[in-house]
Design a protein around this ligand. Sequence first.
Ligand code: 5GP
Ligand code: ZN
Length: 138
Amino acid sequence: MSDCIFCKIVEGSIPSSIVFEDDTVYSFLDINPASKGHFLVIPKKHVEDISELGDTEITAIFSAIRKLTKALPDVLGNTGFNILMNYGKDAGQIISHLHFHIIPRKKEDGLGIAGWNHLKFSGDHLNEIAKEIAEAIK
Ligand code: 5GP
Ligand code: ZN
């Protein structure tokens, strides 16, 4: 897409700190990282919704994530990481080109990711929601 920053990064017309690429996937450091080594993994093809990707492309993305996250601790000394995809502006998405954030974590790093307030739903209520979702994908 001609006005997409991430497409321009893939094409090379905007510079990026690349960590990995293959035919399908491009991965580079986030310009405003949440932690040292925070990187993004994107399909080279401009898609906005994960449903626009085929199984081969999804496999390529998660294969890159597996490869990179395995190497991270030796480089960064991180003891964990978060994988995050913001989809839709209500979920904090700014760039529409589909991307996964990989955020290296350390003990008590104070990042505030995954520390949300937990709601209490009854078992019956959980089962009702699960049934509706399971039905919707049939
Ligand atoms: P979103 O909120 O859409 O999930 O996150 C988009 C991410 O892209 C942000 O964390 C932001 O720092 C990063 N970003 C935006 N523009 C650029 C850029 O030009 N280069 C790089 N490397 N990262 C960018
Ligand atoms: Zn794009």
